[in-house]
Ligand binder design. Structure first.
Ligand SMILES: Nc1ncnc2c1ncn2[C@@H]1O[C@H](COP(=O)(O)OP(=O)(O)O)[C@@H](O)[C@H]1O
Ligand SMILES: [Mg+2]
Length: 386
C-alpha cells in the first residue's frame, strides 16, 4: 500500500519527461545542440565570426524544441544551451571587454525568453486544438446516439402501428368465429356420431379453434407488457439465459459460451427480469435456429460496461456463427410477422423490440465482418451507483 503514492509520482514524472526526450526532440533539438556546442568549443579565438554564427545557431534547436515539446521542451533546451554556453562565453572574461561580455549575457537571456515565448504559444495552440477535438468527439457521440434513438423510434412507431392494425384485425376475426363455432357445435350435435359428415364437422370445429388461438396470439402481441421493475444483476441474467438455452443448443449441435467476465465491474440495471430474460432468450433461440440450418456453430453471450455522454451503460451481446442476414433485411427482422423460418411466427424479435423500448434500451443487430455471423446488442442504462 505504502508504495502506491511513490509509484504514482514516478509515473507522473516519467509522463512529464516523455515529451522532452522524445525521439524527435533527441534528433532535432538535443543532438544539434550538442553538435553546436562541440563545434563552438573547438573553434579557436582567432575566428570571432565563427563564434558569432555558432552562438546564434542555438536558436534553431531551441525553437524546434518549443515547437515539438511546448514550453517544457523549449525551456529544457534553452536552459541546457545556456549552461553549456556560459563557461565558453565567460572563461576568458578577464581578457575581453565588458561590452562583449554584456552582449553574450544578453544572448543567454534571449535564449530563454525565446524558448518561453514560443513554448507558451505552442502550449496554447495545443490546448485549443485539444478542446476542439474533444468537442468534435462529443458531437460525434451525440450524433451517433441520436441516430440510434431515431432508428429505434421509427421502429417503435412502425411496431405500434402494426400492432394496432393486427389487434384490430384479430378482434374482427374473433367475433364471427364465435358465431361460426356456436352454429357448428349445434350442427354437430344434430348429426349422428357414426355419420361421415360428423367427422368433417369435427375437423371444421378444430380449424375454427386453431384460427381462434392464432387471433389470440396476435391480440396478445398488441397488449401492453406489464413490467415489474427492480434492480437486476446483468450477469445473473446472462447466466440464466445461457443455462435455459443450453439444452436446445446442444440438441442442434450448437456450443454455448459465456464470454469471460470483463475486468471492469458491471453495474446493475433496472428492469423486469422476466421480460429481459425473454428478450435475451428469444434472440439466443433465433441464433440457435439460424445455426441449426447450417449444421451447428457457436453462440456467445457477453456483457460489457460502457460509458458515453457522461452516462453509464450495460451492453449485452449475443452473437452466433452462421449465415448473415441480408443487409436490406436488417431492420425488417424486427417487424411483426416477418419470418423466413418454416413454422416461424415472426413475432419473436418484434416482442424483443417492444421489451427493449419499455426499458428505454436500444436493440441493434449487425452482421459480423467477414461473414463471422450475426450479433445482437442490447444497451441499457446502468443504475446510478450509490
Ligand atoms: N441470429 C439470426 N441469424 C439469422 N437470421 C436471423 C437471426 N435472428 C433472426 N433472424 C431472422 O429474423 C427473422 C425473424 O425472427 P423472429 O422475429 O424471432 O421470428 P421467427 O423466429 O418466428 O422467424 C427470422 O425468421 C430470421 O429470418
Ligand atoms: Mg424467433
Amino acid at each position: 500500500m505504502g508504495k502506491r503514492p511513490w509509484a504514482g509520482f514516478a509515473a507522473s514524472v516519467r509522463e512529464d519527461l516523455r515529451p522532452i526526450f522524445s525521439r524527435r526532440m533527441l534528433l532535432a533539438a538535443w543532438l544539434p545542440c550538442l553538435l553546436i556546442t562541440a563545434l563552438h568549443y573547438r573553434t579557436g579565438a582567432h575566428h570571432p565570426w565563427g563564434h558569432d554564427v555558432l552562438r546564434r545557431l542555438y536558436y534553431l534547436p531551441i525553437l524546434f524544441a518549443a515547437f515539438s515539446g511546448g514550453s517544457r521542451g523549449g525551456v529544457a533546451v534553452s536552459v541546457f544551451a545556456s549552461l553549456v554556453y556560459v563557461p565558453h562565453a565567460f572563461t576568458s572574461l578577464l581578457v575581453q571587454d565588458p561590452a562583449d561580455a554584456m552582449e553574450k549575457g544578453l544572448e543567454i537571456v534571449l535564449y530563454n525568453i525565446v524558448a518561453v515565448a514560443a513554448g507558451l504559444l505552442v502550449d496554447r495552440e495545443r490546448r485549443e486544438r485539444g478542446k476542439q477535438e474533444r468537442l468534435a468527439r462529443r458531437l460525434g457521440e451525440a450524433l451517433a446516439e441520436q441516430q440510434r434513438t431515431e432508428a429505434q423510434l421509427i421502429r417503435a412507431g412502425r411496431l405500434g402501428a402494426l400492432g394496432e392494425l393486427t389487434a384490430g384485425i384479430a378482434h374482427e376475426i374473433k367475433n364471427p368465429l364465435h358465431g361460426l363455432k356456436g352454429t357448428a357445435e349445434i350442427l354437430r350435435d344434430a348429426i349422428p356420431e357414426n355419420a361421415p359428415e360428423r367427422r368433417m364437422l369435427e375437423l371444421h370445429i378444430s380449424e375454427i379453434d386453431r384460427l381462434g388461438s392464432t387471433a389470440d396470439r396476435f391480440l396478445s402481441f398488441a397488449r401492453p407488457l406489464s413490467a415489474d421493475r427492480r434492480s437486476v444483476d446483468p450477469r445473473e441474467l446472462v447466466d440464466r439465459v445461457a443455462s435455459l438455452i443450453s439444452t436446445q443448443a446442444r440438441k442442434e449441435g450448437v456450443e454455448t459460451a459465456v464470454a469471460p467476465p470483463a475486468p471492469e465491474e458491471i453495474p446493475r440495471v433496472t428492469g423486469d427480469p422476466e421480460l429481459l430474460t425473454q428478450l435475451l432468450l428469444n434472440i439466443a433461440l433465433n441464433g440457435v435456429q439460424a445455426m441449426a440450418t447450417s449444421g451447428g456453430g457457436r453462440l456467445t453471450l457477453g456483457i460489457r460496461a460502457d460509458r458515453g455522454g457522461g452516462k453509464e451503460f450495460v451492453r449485452f451481446r449475443i452473437a452466433n456463427d452462421g449465415p448473415p442476414i441480408p443487409e436490406d433485411r436488417l431492420e425488417k427482422i424486427f417487424d411483426p410477422f416477418y419470418t423466413t423460418r418454416d413454422g416461424g411466427t415472426g413475432l419473436g424479435l418484434s416482442i424483443c423490440s417492444r421489451i427493449a423500448d419499455q426499458h428505454e434500451g436500444i436493440l441493434e443487430v449487425r452482421n459480423l465482418p467477414g461473414g463471422g455471423g450475426v450479433e445482437f446488442t442490447l444497451t441499457l442504462a446502468a443504475e446510478e451507483r450509490r
